[in-house]
Design a protein. Structure first.
Length: 399
């Protein structure tokens, strides 16, 4: 399987030059989509995603289904084409560069690099969440123009899991009681103690969402909890005064258009580290947006000097081990799922059989709610196929 990251970042060229480049994001993204179309014509099944933050503009590449010799040759050809693209956009922005200025990382090392970026290792501090929002935005743009493939989607899902593991080791995130208390305090301030009873709140997300729901019910707020965001119809947003999002799903996104269409005054709370709510929503007149940063910052006393987590050796080593282990496990799964031809064929066959059987069962069901449950069960079963096949395959190797 071909898997690598190629591009430029603040380690290869000066940071101000990177900022100059990414400030023209729309144009350089458009130029890459044109180059990708040409690449895809030559390399069937190719997938890509742009990794763009204020410190980098990199491309993640994935391609499976090739034999050893063909794989090596194809990887070199794709890398050469990307080098030509990057040289072109750097010249256009009058940025001087040498051939060694391009960043390159392959296989498991590429995943470790991406997971490290997502977890804030190359930002102001480890566990910082702003960069994850930037990475997610560029991934979503890549999805919208059909750059990604199954392997790319899998990688970003694993990157989010890794970021959550690291976040859960950061004291400011782990104290969920303080975060809940801060949110309740803000809601009382904005709605008023006398008006809060009877307000309707919708919570989307798992984890500690149940405890948050209990805390909101105490002052009389009517709460509905939805743990699976994929089953959610955004039309129901209009029925609530408070919308709270904490979905650990990199594909889940609430856009400004989802919140503006009904012109209803609402408090929207984004507690997710992967940015469930678009930042543009804050500009809507009918929306008051509260983010996880707002809830965290109020944990600390004004003027308190916080030591950077990157300077805490124990925490740094702990976070680094999480990234290393997560990248290794993710790469092993990718190699099995996308680098094993027989396993891929078997997974497709099983998925097709499940689809067929569920379609047959659905014809006998008239209740829409039951159909929805059936569809959710089908998706859950198909999602489990890779891990079940891998377990059976590894067991066969052992005996």
């Amino acid at each position: 399987m071909i898997l690598f990251i190629y591009g430029v970042n603040s380690k290869t060229i000066p940071k101000e030059k990177i900022l100059s480049l990414v400030s023209d994001y729309e144009e350089i993204f458009r130029l890459f989509t044109l180059e990708f179309e040409r690449l895809k014509n030559d390399f069937k099944g190719l997938g890509a995603s742009v990794i763009s933050t204020c410190q980098r503009f990199e491309i993640l590449i994935a391609l499976s289904g090739l034999d050893g010799g063909e794989e090596k040759e194809s990887a070199a050809a794709i890398r050469q084409r990307l080098a030509k693209y990057f040289k072109s956009i750097l010249r256009k922005h009058e940025i001087n560069f040498k051939s060694g200025d391009f960043f390159y990382s392959a296989s498991e090392h590429a995943l470790k690099h991406l997971f490290g970026v997502v977890c804030g290792f190359e930002s102001e501090d480890i566990g910082e969440i702003q960069v994850l929002g930037q990475v997610k935005d560029s991934y979503k743009r890549s999805c919208e123009v059909s750059l990604v493939c199954g392997a790319i989607n899998k990688i970003y899902g694993e990157a989010l899991k890794c970021a959550i593991k690291v976040r859960n080791k950061v004291p400011v995130f782990t104290d969920r009681n303080k975060i809940r208390n801060n949110l309740l305090k803000m809601l009382h301030e904005r709605i008023g103690d006398e008006n809060i009873s009877g307000k309707r709140a919708l919570i989307i997300g798992g984890g500690g969402a149940g405890r948050l729901a209990e805390a909101l019910r105490l002052p009389g707020i009517k709460v509905r909890l939805v743990k699976n965001p994929s089953s959610l119809k955004k039309e129901i947003f209009k029925d609530y005064d408070i919308l709270i999002f904490d979905a650990a799903d990199i594909d889940f996104r609430v856009n400004a258009s989802d919140l503006s269409r009904y012109n209803k005054s609402q408090i929207v709370v984004d507690m997710s580290i992967s940015r469930n709510v678009s930042v543009e929503s804050a500009a809507l007149e009918n929306i008051e947006l509260i983010t996880i940063e707002n809830l965290i910052s109020s944990n600390w006393k004004e003027g308190e000097n916080l030591k950077k987590r990157s300077e805490n050796k124990n925490f740094y080593e702990c976070a680094e081990n999480i990234v290393k282990q997560s990248a290794g496990e993710a790469f092993e799964c990718l190699e099995f799922e996308f680098g094993n031809g027989r396993a891929m064929d078997l997974m497709k066959e099983i998925a097709a059989s499940i689809e067929k059987e569920f379609a047959r069962s659905a014809r006998a069901i008239e209740d829409g709610k039951d159909l929805k449950i059936l569809e959710g069960l089908k998706r859950a079963l198909i999602k489990k196929i890779p891990s079940l096949i891998k377990r059976r395959y590894m067991k066969k190797l052992m005996y």
